[in-house]
Design a protein around this ligand. Sequence first.
Ligand SMILES: Cc1ncc(COP(=O)(O)O)c(C=O)c1O
Length: 463
Amino acid sequence: MPFQTIIEPFRIKTVEPIRFTTRAERAAALQAAHHNLFLLRAEDVIIDLLTDSGTGAMSAAQWGGMMQGDESYAGARSYFRFEAAVRDLTGYRHIIPTHQGRAAERILFSSACARGQVVPNNTHFDTTRANLEALGVAAVDLRCAEATQPSLLAPFKGNIDPAALDRCLADHRGRVPFAMITVTNNSGGGQPVSLANLREASAVCRKHGVPLLLDCCRFAENAWFIKQREPGQAHRTPFEIARDMFACADGCTMSAKKDGLVNIGGFLALNDDELAARCRNQLILTEGFPTYGGLAGYDLEALAIGLKEVLDEDYLRYRIRSVEYLGEKLTAAGVPIVQPTGGHAIYIDAKAMLPHIPQSQYPAWALSLVLYLEGGVRSVEIGSVMFGRQPDGSEKPAPMELVRLAFPRRVYTQSHVDYLAEVLLHVNGLKPRIRGVKIIQAPELLRHFTARLAPVDGSLLAG
Ligand SMILES: Cc1ncc(COP(=O)(O)O)c(C=O)c1O
């Protein structure tokens, strides 16, 4: 093709209006939400980048497929379509539907783990960590050395550290029910994991007789990065690469709200017959019969179609390019972001951008509030509010203070991204005036969802 512009590979058939707000309205909304963006009303947000989870647009084929949903309680046709799509992709023997990713995690962990055990991961996501810790299991992060250097350009900063994994499995022999790898590594900047790293980790786990599971929410984006960046992979399809990724592991947990291209759904897939039987019993107890697992037949239809659409090369090229496009604009203006740009999100390095705010005053949280106040953009803090509270109640600063701008799939166009860049550059100009925040009230677990905060100095912006 002689043309350089990568266009959205879809036409828009249904639209949802965006309600524009004034700065004064947003200031009032922030007060009402106790300075927690999770507590805003979504209609008070102009561009919503809180999460890429469940926020995507489904295709005409998916909506059409939903009309074929078989709502039988047991043995529904839709289940078998879903099961075939997941098995075709992952190759795993047992396919267990759940209503979303954390349900798969909870079912797996409560069936396979016991108090005092240890589960390593490249980086546990917040719900994964919380579900393990709630069972008295230690969630250990073994990210590679490049992962904590935000400005470093490296192709696979999501990798697990194989030597640290080896040590962990040796040190805790008999106490590790399984190891996990998250693809892409969400908490680590949406960075991919290479096939070589997955194979190495798989060999380490096999040596110790420990199963390896993937947290595979963004398997297709990870496969695309492997195709672009890993030697010898460029000629292969994202599907072939994804198959190889799954072949390194013995099972997976999946939040289909990401690369399943659906608004709700998830699954747990396993090779181990005995563990799968225990998980199905748990499923029946809390989610539903094993052929629907908390989902409607029409959800299973949409998911079966989404798992195929997400591996389309035109879609993946546009998806990854949209994120990179915003990253290029920010980098050119000197805004510090995690480099290179990740699959589903831009991560602003708030520690580097706001060095005058100590970690105890949550610089990334403060920055996310100012982005909303100035431009109506909702993002999420991935820093010390999310990860600072330790299981014993003490505080420990998170390794990074990031603001994540997560892109819903197939929702925003290039002009939305241009607006975003304008807002971000405007806020970058305000940075000496941005002030920290403090926690007023918070629950013990997953506090970022419902905590109440306030500016330390009474105002988010000085002067
Ligand atoms: C890496 C990762 N694992 C697990 C989950 C949990 O999935 P869900 O929100 O569907 O429960 C998420 C959600 O954001 C995630 O990003």
